[in-house]
Write a new protein. Structure first.
Length: 139
């Protein structure tokens, strides 16, 4: 698979786009993950908060294009999930919620800017591929 690092001229714009996306996406990701773990674990903050932090960190790596580090973070996330008696299918469902939210935001927020929509969509496709890779590694 080709990456932006295969094309030095694309490195700077890709980094800028990732940084811009992180600015608006990370708070949304954090909120979605927090809501999901609140629904799963309710009044158990000692279990909920470490999961929320780890899952948010995992998504920052995914959106940042750091697939290798995301794989390690996913392994840590699944270990915390086991402690909280949450199965990998629940973690996957939370990831789908997050990805759906980001796709919806890109589709609605950037509809007047086809170039931004296209670029952010490509980043989300890459994020989805990274999610799939991390799931395969954990299986």
């Amino acid at each position: 698979m080709r990456t932006d690092s295969d094309h030095p001229a694309k490195d700077a714009p890709a980094r800028e786009a990732r940084a811009e996306m992180a600015q608006w996406a990370c708070p949304l990701v954090s909120d979605r993950i927090a809501d999901a773990y609140e629904a799963c674990l309710g009044g158990k903050p000692s279990l909920r908060e470490p999961l929320w932090r780890q899952h948010g960190g995992f998504w920052r790596l995914v959106l940042g294009g750091e697939a290798a580090r995301a794989k390690v973070a996913r392994a840590h996330l699944l270990a915390l999930a086991r402690i909280a008696r949450i199965g990998p299918e629940t973690v996957d469902a939370i990831d789908r919620l997050v990805l759906d939210e980001l796709v919806d935001v890109v589709a609605t927020r950037f509809q007047r800017s086809p170039a931004n929509t296209r670029f952010y969509s490509r980043l989300l496709i890459e994020a989805a591929a990274t999610l799939a890779e991390t799931r395969l590694m954990a299986a």
